[in-house]
Design a protein around this ligand. Structure first.
Ligand SMILES: [Zn+2]
Length: 88
């Protein structure tokens, strides 16, 4: 739950110990779903450890991730989802 299984992206795919890049992951979601209608981003109250991000698509799929400051995806969010209720 919450972890998407990703096909390897060709022979250059490298396994690292780092979690999947959130920005890339979100780009993929947006690319897949923006044709379905306007995506709606929602974020929980920020905590010292980050905040919980949800991007809902009208088709019923929701992208959910825990976002930390290191993820620095606020610009991406604004770009793809327009002004949102993000408080950071
Ligand atoms: Zn969709």
């Amino acid at each position: 739950m919450g972890v998407a299984v990703q096909p390897l992206r060709g022979p250059m795919a490298v396994v690292t110990e780092a979690p999947m890049n959130l920005a890339d992951d979100m780009e993929e979601f947006v690319t897949l779903h923006r044709g379905h209608g306007s995506l709606k981003a929602d974020a929980s109250e920020p905590t010292p450890n980050g905040y919980r991000l949800e991007i809902g698509c009208p088709c019923g799929v929701t992208f959910e991730r825990w976002v930390t400051q290191q993820d620095a995806i606020d610009d991406l969010l604004r770009e793809h989802c327009g002004p949102s209720e993000l408080t950071q």
